[in-house]
Design a protein around this ligand. Sequence first.
Ligand SMILES: NC(=O)C1=CN([C@@H]2O[C@H](COP(=O)(O)OP(=O)(O)OC[C@H]3O[C@@H](n4cnc5c(N)ncnc54)[C@H](OP(=O)(O)O)[C@@H]3O)[C@@H](O)[C@H]2O)C=CC1
Ligand SMILES: O=C(CO)[C@H](O)[C@H](O)COP(=O)(O)O
Length: 478
Amino acid sequence: MSAAASAQAGAQFGVAGLGVMGAALALNISDHGFKVVGWDRDAKHVDEVNQKHGRPELQALASLESFVASLERPRRILLMVTAGAAVDQMLERLFPLLSPGDVVMDAGNSWFQDTRRREELCKSKGFRFLGVGVSGGEEGARHGPSIMPGGPTEAYALVRPVLEAIAARTDEGLCVTHVGPDGAGHFVKMVHNGIEYADMQLLAETYDVLRRGLGLSADALADLFSKWNEGIAESFLLETTIKVLRKKDAQTGQPLVDLVLDKAGQKGTGKWTVQVALDLGVPVPSIAASLDARVLSSMKDERVAASRKLKGPSETLSAEEKAQLAQWAHDALYAARVVTYAQGMRLIQAASQEYKWNISLAEMARIWRGGCIIRAKLLTPLRESFTRQPDLPNLLVSDAFAPVLEKMAPAWRKLVGVATKVGIPVPVFSASLAYLDSYRSAELPQNLTQAQRDAFGAHTYQRRDKPEAGFVHTDWNS
Ligand SMILES: NC(=O)C1=CN([C@@H]2O[C@H](COP(=O)(O)OP(=O)(O)OC[C@H]3O[C@@H](n4cnc5c(N)ncnc54)[C@H](OP(=O)(O)O)[C@@H]3O)[C@@H](O)[C@H]2O)C=CC1
Ligand SMILES: O=C(CO)[C@H](O)[C@H](O)COP(=O)(O)O
């Protein structure tokens, strides 16, 4: 054993992958009195942890063999590497070094079906595997993330003291719980990110309507949003928006946000959320619209060319509309946000039924209340709703939210109406409102759709007046 490894012999926890999140988690774990050993394939990351963050409880090693050998058994190893092939490569490298009963956690944003496969693979070799969703970015990982572990309960029991020590805490409890078996943790983290996409897009649309509609500067918007953040709309993402709007460019003195190119990237979790929602037959139009908004934003050159050819409406906002716009935007933001969380919860509920995960939606709301990117005040009534009625079919019909939506919908409709009138795109505000209107409609026009299907493809239909007849077909040509 190398000198470095022996110095850390008897380490209680290992973190493999010392990038942004891995280094922050390793420091957080060592803050809580655990003896931690780290590893990274890049010597730069190893040196950085040892030199910049040098402390007796944390040592980074460049040798994977020494890293594994330095851990007490059963070993507890957290992988924090790029999601995808890197996780499989790490497992292949670790397998020859591990002992039966060791626990490997994948804490990246992995595709939940990969997690299910990896757990089976590890089990077949006598190892334990957990798919662990982590949210909160670098700051959260460093000082208290929200943690969503999924996998075998006996594996969770072995890592629980560490995860509970490092997780965020709120007055509703620790922001970690065992989500469920196999891919449940990564599934919940994926949906968390889908909600994140939709909420971010709602904030972008709010910003756009107010800056274009009222001509508000970044500072004026930050002032307005700061007031909102003291009330029911309070959220981490709103707080982040305020921080971004206030930041000045060091070179020009201008608001930095005005200098940021309007192209949003994505790493895949939002896309997966929409794909799996389609597979499970759960409508998530707000999340899908936010994904499309990022994709459309990335087509900058095409949009610039199109803007020269496709002119928008010449109408402008009236003085009365301008006077009310900020209040409409506030109510619309809150109500549309409720709808996006409702879609996400419904998706988790559907997956939990499909895969028999037995996920508690109330517990998910509780562990999202602190540490994570989608933490928001509305999660408290959301948790209470699912605590009172665990099988609530949709948050929109809960006693906590139905009256709020009723109260705020008129302002929301006004916002979508005026934005549409002057040609400001509000895809998530509109998609969320259409979802609400569809969900609350006892009658939808799909009688026509079904009749069309039968008319051109003999796909049959059911009669309202004769339900006992089952599926029937008509010759629509005669
Ligand atoms: N950043 C964030 O806010 C959040 C990120 N995540 C997820 O956490 C994971 C890590 O993200 P983050 O820390 O931001 O990313 P970084 O790019 O900072 O770190 C990725 C780490 O993975 C290592 N790595 C990549 N490929 C391999 C491989 N084939 N074998 C071994 N190591 C490899 C990198 O090593 P090297 O430097 O040598 O390339 C690096 O140490 C991702 O799944 C991400 O989606 C989750 C929540 C929040
Ligand atoms: O998981 C996260 C937060 O919860 C990461 O920040 C993730 O990278 C965000 O997704 P994307 O990069 O697609 O915007």
